[in-house]
Design a protein around this ligand. Sequence first.
Ligand SMILES: Nc1ncnc2c1ncn2[C@@H]1O[C@H](COP(=O)(O)OP(=O)(O)OP(=O)(O)O)[C@@H](O)[C@H]1O
Length: 357
Amino acid sequence: MANHFRSSEGQDGMAPVQQPETPMPIEPQVAPIDSADVTQPAPLSEAPAQPAPQPTQAQQPVSASRVPSLDIPVMNQAPAAQQAAACPAEPSDGFDPTNEAGFTTAFAPITAEADTRSVNAGGTPVISFQDVSMVYPAQPNKPALQGVNVDVYAGEFVFLVGHSGSGKSTFLKLITRELKPSHGRVMVAGQDLTNMRNWKVPYLRRQIGCVFQDFKLLPDKTIFDNVAFALECIGKPRSVVRAQVPEVLRLVGLGEKMDVYPDQLSGGEQQRVSVARAMVNRPPLLVCDEPTGNLDPAISLGIMKLLERINRTGTTVLMATHDREMVDSMRKRVIALEAGHVVRDEERGGYGYYGSF
Ligand SMILES: Nc1ncnc2c1ncn2[C@@H]1O[C@H](COP(=O)(O)OP(=O)(O)OP(=O)(O)O)[C@@H](O)[C@H]1O
Protein backbone atom coordinates (compact mmCIF):
# COMPACT_ATOMS: atom_id res chain seq x y z
CA MET A 1 0.00 0.00 0.00
CA ALA A 2 2.91 2.25 -0.33
CA ASN A 3 2.73 4.12 -3.50
CA HIS A 4 -0.82 5.11 -4.05
CA PHE A 5 -0.29 7.98 -1.64
CA ARG A 6 2.39 9.53 -3.62
CA SER A 7 0.36 9.82 -6.74
CA SER A 8 -2.15 11.93 -4.88
CA GLU A 9 0.21 14.79 -4.29
CA GLY A 10 -1.13 17.86 -5.72
CA GLN A 11 -3.72 17.05 -4.44
CA ASP A 12 -0.46 4.24 25.09
CA GLY A 13 2.85 -7.58 43.06
CA MET A 14 0.12 -4.94 42.15
CA ALA A 15 -0.09 -1.67 43.87
CA PRO A 16 -3.43 -0.62 45.36
CA VAL A 17 -6.24 -0.77 42.90
CA GLN A 18 -6.83 2.50 41.15
CA GLN A 19 -10.26 3.82 40.45
CA PRO A 20 -10.86 4.79 36.88
CA GLU A 21 -10.95 8.51 36.58
CA THR A 22 -14.04 10.49 35.96
CA PRO A 23 -13.80 11.52 32.32
CA MET A 24 -12.47 15.01 31.88
CA PRO A 25 -14.74 17.63 30.42
CA ILE A 26 -13.73 19.04 27.11
CA GLU A 27 -11.12 21.69 27.52
CA PRO A 28 -11.89 23.54 30.73
CA GLN A 29 -9.04 25.82 29.87
CA VAL A 30 -8.55 27.57 26.65
CA ALA A 31 -5.01 27.40 25.50
CA PRO A 32 -3.21 30.22 23.83
CA ILE A 33 -4.38 30.51 20.30
CA ASP A 34 -1.74 29.58 17.88
CA SER A 35 -1.18 29.83 14.22
CA ALA A 36 -3.65 28.70 11.68
CA ASP A 37 -0.93 27.20 9.58
CA VAL A 38 -1.43 23.49 9.85
CA THR A 39 1.20 22.85 7.28
CA GLN A 40 4.00 23.75 9.67
CA PRO A 41 5.30 21.08 12.04
CA ALA A 42 5.65 22.10 15.69
CA PRO A 43 7.24 20.46 18.71
CA LEU A 44 5.38 17.54 20.25
CA SER A 45 4.85 19.17 23.64
CA GLU A 46 6.59 20.84 26.49
CA ALA A 47 8.04 17.44 27.29
CA PRO A 48 11.32 17.59 29.21
CA ALA A 49 14.41 16.41 27.43
CA GLN A 50 15.22 12.83 28.30
CA PRO A 51 18.15 10.53 27.78
CA ALA A 52 17.82 8.46 24.67
CA PRO A 53 16.39 5.06 25.55
CA GLN A 54 17.66 1.83 24.08
CA PRO A 55 15.46 0.71 21.25
CA THR A 56 13.60 -2.50 21.88
CA GLN A 57 13.84 -5.41 19.54
CA ALA A 58 10.59 -4.54 17.95
CA GLN A 59 11.41 -1.04 16.95
CA GLN A 60 12.80 -0.35 13.66
CA PRO A 61 13.91 2.84 12.37
CA VAL A 62 10.01 5.34 10.67
CA SER A 63 10.80 9.01 10.23
CA ALA A 64 13.32 11.22 11.77
CA SER A 65 11.68 14.33 10.54
CA ARG A 66 8.95 15.68 12.59
CA VAL A 67 6.55 16.01 14.74
CA PRO A 68 3.59 18.23 14.33
CA SER A 69 2.03 19.50 17.55
CA LEU A 70 -1.55 20.21 18.02
CA ASP A 71 -4.53 21.08 20.04
CA ILE A 72 -7.12 18.39 19.79
CA PRO A 73 -9.66 17.10 22.28
CA VAL A 74 -10.26 13.45 22.98
CA MET A 75 -13.32 12.89 20.96
CA ASN A 76 -15.12 10.54 23.28
CA GLN A 77 -15.33 13.42 25.70
CA ALA A 78 -18.09 14.91 23.66
CA PRO A 79 -21.71 14.84 24.82
CA ALA A 80 -23.47 11.52 24.93
CA ALA A 81 -25.97 12.46 22.27
CA GLN A 82 -23.21 12.38 19.74
CA GLN A 83 -23.57 8.78 18.83
CA ALA A 84 -24.41 8.70 15.23
CA ALA A 85 -27.55 7.02 14.06
CA ALA A 86 -27.12 3.51 12.70
CA CYS A 87 -25.10 3.48 9.53
CA PRO A 88 -27.12 3.82 6.41
CA ALA A 89 -26.62 1.39 3.58
CA GLU A 90 -22.96 1.30 2.74
CA PRO A 91 -22.12 1.90 -0.87
CA SER A 92 -19.13 -0.14 -1.89
CA ASP A 93 -17.56 2.83 -3.50
CA GLY A 94 -14.01 1.61 -2.89
CA PHE A 95 -13.23 5.22 -2.21
CA ASP A 96 -9.58 6.06 -2.04
CA PRO A 97 -9.24 9.59 -0.68
CA THR A 98 -5.61 9.64 -1.64
CA ASN A 99 -6.63 9.80 -5.27
CA GLU A 100 -8.78 12.86 -4.80
CA ALA A 101 -7.82 16.14 -6.32
CA GLY A 102 -6.64 18.56 -3.69
CA PHE A 103 -5.82 15.72 -1.31
CA THR A 104 -2.73 17.18 0.02
CA THR A 105 -2.59 20.59 1.49
CA ALA A 106 -3.26 19.95 5.15
CA PHE A 107 -0.48 17.39 5.32
CA ALA A 108 3.10 17.45 4.33
CA PRO A 109 3.74 16.39 0.78
CA ILE A 110 4.89 12.84 0.35
CA THR A 111 8.36 12.75 -1.06
CA ALA A 112 10.42 9.95 -2.47
CA GLU A 113 12.29 9.77 0.80
CA ALA A 114 9.08 9.01 2.62
CA ASP A 115 9.10 5.44 1.44
CA THR A 116 12.58 4.83 2.67
CA ARG A 117 12.29 6.67 5.95
CA SER A 118 12.95 4.86 9.19
CA VAL A 119 11.52 5.17 12.67
CA ASN A 120 13.77 7.11 14.96
CA ALA A 121 14.00 4.65 17.85
CA GLY A 122 16.79 6.66 19.43
CA GLY A 123 14.63 9.51 20.69
CA THR A 124 12.05 9.78 23.41
CA PRO A 125 9.24 7.33 22.74
CA VAL A 126 5.93 8.91 21.92
CA ILE A 127 4.35 6.20 24.10
CA SER A 128 6.15 4.30 26.83
CA PHE A 129 4.55 1.69 29.11
CA GLN A 130 6.90 0.71 31.92
CA ASP A 131 5.79 -2.37 33.86
CA VAL A 132 2.20 -1.26 33.58
CA SER A 133 -0.64 -3.14 35.23
CA MET A 134 -4.27 -2.14 35.38
CA VAL A 135 -6.84 -3.69 37.72
CA TYR A 136 -10.45 -2.59 37.55
CA PRO A 137 -12.14 -2.48 40.96
CA ALA A 138 -14.94 -4.67 39.63
CA GLN A 139 -12.42 -7.36 38.73
CA PRO A 140 -9.78 -7.23 41.47
CA ASN A 141 -8.47 -10.71 40.75
CA LYS A 142 -8.25 -10.33 37.01
CA PRO A 143 -5.89 -7.59 35.83
CA ALA A 144 -6.88 -6.10 32.51
CA LEU A 145 -3.19 -5.45 31.87
CA GLN A 146 -0.20 -6.90 33.69
CA GLY A 147 3.50 -6.14 33.48
CA VAL A 148 3.26 -4.40 30.13
CA ASN A 149 6.44 -2.88 28.73
CA VAL A 150 6.06 -1.21 25.35
CA ASP A 151 7.75 1.71 23.61
CA VAL A 152 6.31 3.30 20.49
CA TYR A 153 8.45 5.79 18.62
CA ALA A 154 7.63 8.77 16.49
CA GLY A 155 6.43 7.81 13.07
CA GLU A 156 5.52 4.23 13.83
CA PHE A 157 2.31 2.60 12.70
CA VAL A 158 1.39 -0.03 15.27
CA PHE A 159 -1.44 -2.52 15.39
CA LEU A 160 -2.70 -3.70 18.77
CA VAL A 161 -4.37 -7.08 18.40
CA GLY A 162 -5.77 -9.78 20.64
CA HIS A 163 -8.93 -11.56 21.75
CA SER A 164 -11.89 -9.62 22.94
CA GLY A 165 -11.14 -8.75 26.57
CA SER A 166 -7.38 -9.06 26.14
CA GLY A 167 -6.87 -5.43 27.21
CA LYS A 168 -6.63 -3.39 24.00
CA SER A 169 -9.13 -0.68 24.95
CA THR A 170 -7.64 -0.46 28.42
CA PHE A 171 -4.25 0.10 26.81
CA LEU A 172 -5.63 2.97 24.74
CA LYS A 173 -7.47 4.53 27.69
CA LEU A 174 -4.22 4.64 29.64
CA ILE A 175 -2.68 6.66 26.83
CA THR A 176 -5.43 9.28 26.89
CA ARG A 177 -5.43 9.26 30.72
CA GLU A 178 -9.03 8.12 30.88
CA LEU A 179 -7.51 5.58 33.25
CA LYS A 180 -4.48 5.62 35.52
CA PRO A 181 -2.45 2.46 35.87
CA SER A 182 -2.67 0.46 39.10
CA HIS A 183 1.04 -0.08 38.82
CA GLY A 184 3.86 1.14 36.63
CA ARG A 185 4.37 4.22 34.53
CA VAL A 186 2.73 5.48 31.38
CA MET A 187 4.61 8.16 29.47
CA VAL A 188 3.21 9.99 26.46
CA ALA A 189 5.31 12.49 24.59
CA GLY A 190 7.79 12.51 27.43
CA GLN A 191 5.15 13.32 30.04
CA ASP A 192 4.50 10.97 32.95
CA LEU A 193 0.74 10.51 32.93
CA THR A 194 0.81 8.69 36.25
CA ASN A 195 1.64 11.90 38.11
CA MET A 196 0.04 14.35 35.74
CA ARG A 197 -2.22 16.91 37.38
CA ASN A 198 -5.81 16.72 36.18
CA TRP A 199 -5.74 20.27 34.85
CA LYS A 200 -2.98 19.27 32.46
CA VAL A 201 -4.90 16.39 30.97
CA PRO A 202 -6.78 18.45 28.38
CA TYR A 203 -3.46 19.71 27.08
CA LEU A 204 -2.24 16.15 26.75
CA ARG A 205 -5.37 15.24 24.85
CA ARG A 206 -4.85 18.02 22.39
CA GLN A 207 -1.92 16.02 21.14
CA ILE A 208 -3.90 12.85 20.61
CA GLY A 209 -6.39 12.39 17.84
CA CYS A 210 -8.90 9.62 18.50
CA VAL A 211 -10.94 7.60 16.05
CA PHE A 212 -13.57 5.14 17.25
CA GLN A 213 -15.59 2.34 15.78
CA ASP A 214 -18.86 4.19 16.32
CA PHE A 215 -17.69 7.50 14.87
CA LYS A 216 -19.15 9.62 17.71
CA LEU A 217 -20.39 12.36 15.42
CA LEU A 218 -22.86 15.01 16.54
CA PRO A 219 -26.06 14.11 14.68
CA ASP A 220 -27.51 17.61 14.76
CA LYS A 221 -24.45 19.31 13.33
CA THR A 222 -23.29 19.41 9.76
CA ILE A 223 -20.09 17.72 8.74
CA PHE A 224 -18.35 21.09 8.72
CA ASP A 225 -19.64 21.87 12.21
CA ASN A 226 -18.65 18.44 13.54
CA VAL A 227 -15.07 19.05 12.54
CA ALA A 228 -15.19 22.72 13.48
CA PHE A 229 -16.40 21.73 16.95
CA ALA A 230 -13.04 20.09 17.68
CA LEU A 231 -11.30 23.39 17.01
CA GLU A 232 -13.89 25.57 18.73
CA CYS A 233 -13.58 23.47 21.90
CA ILE A 234 -9.97 24.49 22.20
CA GLY A 235 -10.59 28.14 21.51
CA LYS A 236 -9.45 28.43 17.92
CA PRO A 237 -10.61 31.62 16.27
CA ARG A 238 -13.19 31.58 13.54
CA SER A 239 -10.58 32.36 10.91
CA VAL A 240 -8.63 29.25 11.81
CA VAL A 241 -11.77 27.16 11.73
CA ARG A 242 -12.71 28.53 8.34
CA ALA A 243 -9.28 27.74 6.93
CA GLN A 244 -8.63 24.35 8.44
CA VAL A 245 -11.98 22.60 8.32
CA PRO A 246 -12.52 22.69 4.56
CA GLU A 247 -8.92 21.70 4.03
CA VAL A 248 -9.09 18.59 6.17
CA LEU A 249 -12.49 17.67 4.75
CA ARG A 250 -11.06 17.86 1.27
CA LEU A 251 -8.24 15.66 2.49
CA VAL A 252 -10.66 12.90 3.37
CA GLY A 253 -12.60 13.39 0.17
CA LEU A 254 -15.61 15.12 1.69
CA GLY A 255 -15.03 18.61 0.44
CA GLU A 256 -18.35 18.55 -1.38
CA LYS A 257 -20.34 17.33 1.59
CA MET A 258 -19.50 19.88 4.23
CA ASP A 259 -23.09 21.02 4.63
CA VAL A 260 -24.76 17.64 5.05
CA TYR A 261 -25.59 15.89 8.32
CA PRO A 262 -24.07 12.62 9.52
CA ASP A 263 -27.19 10.58 8.83
CA GLN A 264 -26.93 11.61 5.20
CA LEU A 265 -23.56 9.89 4.91
CA SER A 266 -22.56 6.26 4.53
CA GLY A 267 -20.69 4.55 7.37
CA GLY A 268 -17.41 4.92 5.51
CA GLU A 269 -18.03 8.60 4.93
CA GLN A 270 -18.93 9.08 8.59
CA GLN A 271 -15.68 7.44 9.60
CA ARG A 272 -13.81 9.75 7.26
CA VAL A 273 -15.43 12.68 9.03
CA SER A 274 -14.26 11.15 12.29
CA VAL A 275 -10.71 10.92 10.93
CA ALA A 276 -10.92 14.51 9.71
CA ARG A 277 -12.06 15.65 13.14
CA ALA A 278 -9.24 13.71 14.83
CA MET A 279 -6.67 15.21 12.48
CA VAL A 280 -7.92 18.74 11.96
CA ASN A 281 -5.35 20.22 14.29
CA ARG A 282 -2.65 17.77 13.32
CA PRO A 283 -1.98 15.79 16.48
CA PRO A 284 1.35 13.98 16.48
CA LEU A 285 -0.38 10.84 17.76
CA LEU A 286 -3.46 9.17 16.37
CA VAL A 287 -5.13 6.48 18.50
CA CYS A 288 -7.75 4.35 16.82
CA ASP A 289 -10.05 1.84 18.50
CA GLU A 290 -11.51 -0.49 15.87
CA PRO A 291 -11.88 2.26 13.30
CA THR A 292 -13.03 -0.13 10.61
CA GLY A 293 -15.15 -2.34 12.86
CA ASN A 294 -18.43 -1.13 11.37
CA LEU A 295 -17.31 -0.94 7.80
CA ASP A 296 -17.26 -3.38 4.94
CA PRO A 297 -13.88 -4.44 3.52
CA ALA A 298 -13.77 -2.04 0.58
CA ILE A 299 -14.63 0.93 2.75
CA SER A 300 -12.19 -0.23 5.44
CA LEU A 301 -9.45 -0.23 2.87
CA GLY A 302 -10.11 3.42 2.05
CA ILE A 303 -9.94 4.32 5.72
CA MET A 304 -6.72 2.38 6.16
CA LYS A 305 -5.16 4.10 3.15
CA LEU A 306 -6.12 7.40 4.66
CA LEU A 307 -4.56 6.47 8.02
CA GLU A 308 -1.42 5.20 6.32
CA ARG A 309 -1.19 8.42 4.37
CA ILE A 310 -1.48 10.35 7.61
CA ASN A 311 1.22 8.14 9.15
CA ARG A 312 3.48 8.90 6.23
CA THR A 313 3.37 12.56 7.08
CA GLY A 314 4.97 11.72 10.43
CA THR A 315 1.94 11.10 12.62
CA THR A 316 2.37 8.13 14.93
CA VAL A 317 -0.58 5.77 14.60
CA LEU A 318 -1.66 3.16 17.18
CA MET A 319 -4.65 1.08 16.22
CA ALA A 320 -6.52 -1.59 18.15
CA THR A 321 -8.23 -3.89 15.69
CA HIS A 322 -9.73 -7.29 15.00
CA ASP A 323 -9.29 -6.78 11.29
CA ARG A 324 -7.10 -9.75 10.45
CA GLU A 325 -6.98 -9.14 6.73
CA MET A 326 -5.92 -5.55 7.15
CA VAL A 327 -3.18 -6.35 9.66
CA ASP A 328 -1.85 -9.16 7.47
CA SER A 329 -1.80 -7.03 4.37
CA MET A 330 -0.13 -3.97 5.86
CA ARG A 331 2.82 -5.72 7.54
CA LYS A 332 3.27 -3.06 10.18
CA ARG A 333 4.46 -3.49 13.74
CA VAL A 334 2.06 -5.76 15.64
CA ILE A 335 1.70 -5.92 19.43
CA ALA A 336 -0.45 -8.83 20.57
CA LEU A 337 -2.16 -8.93 23.93
CA GLU A 338 -3.49 -12.01 25.64
CA ALA A 339 -5.21 -11.79 29.01
CA GLY A 340 -3.50 -8.49 29.68
CA HIS A 341 0.01 -9.62 28.75
CA VAL A 342 2.03 -8.68 25.71
CA VAL A 343 2.63 -12.02 24.07
CA ARG A 344 4.08 -10.78 20.79
CA ASP A 345 5.72 -7.63 19.49
CA GLU A 346 6.80 -7.95 15.89
CA GLU A 347 8.30 -5.42 13.60
CA ARG A 348 6.42 -6.40 10.49
CA GLY A 349 3.89 -8.77 11.90
CA GLY A 350 0.68 -10.45 10.93
CA TYR A 351 -2.51 -10.80 12.85
CA GLY A 352 -1.74 -14.28 14.19
CA TYR A 353 -4.16 -16.98 15.17
CA TYR A 354 -6.72 -16.26 17.83
CA GLY A 355 -9.61 -18.42 16.74
CA SER A 356 -12.94 -16.69 16.49
CA PHE A 357 -13.95 -13.69 18.52
N1 LIG B 1 -14.88 -0.63 33.36
C1 LIG B 1 -14.51 -1.88 33.60
N2 LIG B 1 -14.75 -2.45 34.81
C2 LIG B 1 -14.35 -3.71 35.06
N3 LIG B 1 -13.71 -4.50 34.18
C3 LIG B 1 -13.46 -3.98 32.95
C4 LIG B 1 -13.84 -2.65 32.60
N4 LIG B 1 -13.45 -2.42 31.34
C5 LIG B 1 -12.85 -3.54 30.91
N5 LIG B 1 -12.85 -4.48 31.87
C6 LIG B 1 -12.26 -5.80 31.77
O1 LIG B 1 -10.89 -5.65 31.46
C7 LIG B 1 -10.49 -6.65 30.54
C8 LIG B 1 -9.92 -5.98 29.29
O2 LIG B 1 -10.97 -5.26 28.67
P1 LIG B 1 -10.73 -4.37 27.38
O3 LIG B 1 -11.98 -3.66 27.08
O4 LIG B 1 -9.50 -3.59 27.57
O5 LIG B 1 -10.45 -5.50 26.28
P2 LIG B 1 -10.41 -5.37 24.69
O6 LIG B 1 -9.25 -6.20 24.25
O7 LIG B 1 -10.45 -3.98 24.30
O8 LIG B 1 -11.76 -6.09 24.24
P3 LIG B 1 -12.62 -5.84 22.93
O9 LIG B 1 -11.79 -6.32 21.80
O10 LIG B 1 -13.84 -6.69 23.14
O11 LIG B 1 -12.94 -4.39 22.88
C9 LIG B 1 -11.71 -7.52 30.28
O12 LIG B 1 -11.64 -8.65 31.17
C10 LIG B 1 -12.85 -6.62 30.65
O13 LIG B 1 -13.95 -7.39 31.12
